[in-house]
Design a protein around this ligand. Structure first.
Ligand code: ZN
Length: 55
């Protein structure tokens, strides 16, 4: 499965990385530990924007 690292926007194979995390019930894959740590520090900055009905 191809996934995109939310931190550096690089496309890679999800099976090739041990760096994953769950945030707001969405699983995120990272190509490097550095990217994962950056995400965990400021998850709202990197989390994919999901369309939600507001109000
Ligand atoms: Zn990355």
């Amino acid at each position: 499965m191809k996934v995109i690292c939310p931190v550096c926007n690089r496309l890679f194979e999800a099976e090739c990385t041990p760096y994953t995390t769950d945030y707001n019930n969405i699983k995120y894959y990272f190509d490097t530990e550095i990217c994962m740590l950056a995400f965990l520090r400021e998850p709202d900055r990197f989390a994919f924007k999901c369309k939600k009905n507001e109000g």
